[in-house]
Ligand binder design. Sequence first.
Ligand code: PFF
Length: 446
Amino acid sequence: MEKLRETWGSNIGFILAATGSAIGLGNIWKFPYITGDYGGGAFVLVYLACVLMIGLPLMVAELIIGRRAQKNPVKAFEKNHRAKSPWQLTGWLGMASGFIILSFYSVIAGWAMAYIFKSIRGFAGTSEQIQQQFVDLVLSPSGSIMWHTIFMVLVIGIVAGGIKGGIERWSKILMPALFMLLLGLMLHGLFNTTGGIAALNFLFAPDFSRLTAEAVLSALGHAFFTLSLGMGAMITYGSYMKKGSGIVKDAIIISFLDTFIALMAGVAIFSLVFHYGMEPGQSVGLIFKTLPVLFADTGPWVSVPFFILLTFAALTSGISLLEVVVVYFIDEKGWSRVKITLLAGGLVYIFGLLSAIATLTIPFRGSDQTFLDVFDFMTTNYMLPLGGLFTCLFIGWVMKEDDMAEEFGSRGMLLKLLRLALRYLTPIGIAMVLLHGLELLPFMDY
Ligand code: PFF
């Protein structure tokens, strides 16, 4: 007899876990710095459009595929089509993406943890000296490896606890804590600094003259990454849902919260940046190099909550990445959760050492790059979009409309619109990101 599959304890538990997967380094670390680089408001607007037109339909699609099949991403494609369906390759691709993303994600999350302790000690010295601390951390393999180890142990510990007892339980603690910390930091930015209004202007007053085709494609790629789409995470989390809850409503809540948190982080960070008269375009170094210089002045009351928040965000995303790899072996091979979590987590950890050792480089796209940069680029630009493309083509063209309607809950206008989006709009949008990643878009200069 088949073992009874785990389910979420409550719908709110599911929403917190899925929102936890979506809200991560992408929201607090990446979104602010790319918004800074691409000039603010107009980029934000395009990003919102991408979430609405591409992200949301795809999230609904993934949840439908998962909940209908009640299976891991590989089997979910088979169950919604037929045995040995070639579409199951999408599930395998997702598992590979989860494995690779977690391996480098853990290294960045480790830096965030290291910075909690640096913040407690306080940042002092010249701006160059403070920025140099980050370079030292990244270049010292022992430092990066130690924090990578600690982060992976936490992720493995939570996932080993199971759906209700691990992922849901911790999401219910970490997500509200994250929200409160961020709320405090945003209010601090708005009311305790002189940069609040400038930050709001920067984020919400669009200046379209600064919008480039490159920015549009980045917004689209980021919408994917930040909503945890294209690698089966939402299929997996959907597979633990009970029948009957409204998938569209849930997807809207998750996407909304994800976007809202990213904007809150933007306000919190840019208020500080403008308060100290800095330029918003600080690239990748925004969080770990520029902010610590400002934190030297604000003191630990601002910096410690900030890096705790970043760590919490990374943790609830990290667990979803590992869960995608683990669930296949529990479903299909009947392995015990603890055993496979230790094994898969251990392998991710070992693979992650490549990214933790920043002195290791490989030639990639014309220059020597760290493994972390190469893996980040490959997953964000190729693997996730490819997974997302297959997923929407599958549900739009292959899965039976009746099956989809049954999960969707109604047959009205909304379902028609969703099907239309998944058949045409979403695949075309994603195909453009992919072609851009391959430097093959005809109207761009490469
Ligand atoms: N959504 C996460 C973030 O914004 O940091 C990253 C991520 C997690 C991507 C889980 C994909 C995934 F399956």
